[in-house]
Design a protein around this ligand. Sequence first.
Ligand code: CDP
Ligand code: MG
Length: 136
Amino acid sequence: MSNLEKTLSIIKPDAVERNLDQEIKNIFLNNDFKIIKEKKIQLEKSDAEKFYKVHETKPFYNDLCAYLSSGPIVVMILEKENAVLSNRELMGATNPKEAKEGTIRKKYGVSIDKNSVHGSDSPENAKIEIEFFFKD
Ligand code: CDP
Ligand code: MG
């Protein structure tokens, strides 16, 4: 049965800084994702704190929010059959050292914090994250 989904993808500061945004967008397009909307923005730290609120009790929360707001990011709505899971597979594991060959994080990730991309982890969170960045 068809299950066309939308998911939220972010190209993080480490990748934008290395001018990898077009290359990473091409990977999505070559894997049958449609880029429905996109924008390049820089977050305030307070916005990053809202976005990553689920992680507020984690030891890495402060550094994570400082990092995500440290430079421009590219935020995209991606659409595909089973987009959420498909994007998580294409991204690879959170730690680039553990990411499989051929994944975005394996190819471009520098470290567990500078891992180049974000992707929603469930259809429910995809809706919340899309609304966070693209409410209109
Ligand atoms: O991004 P993903 O959903 O794969 O991982 P997460 O567990 O939701 O963590 C969010 C982000 O926090 C990761 O992408 C990492 O950049 C960062 N993180 C970190 O800096 N140190 C950790 N030990 C775990 C995650
Ligand atoms: Mg996550």
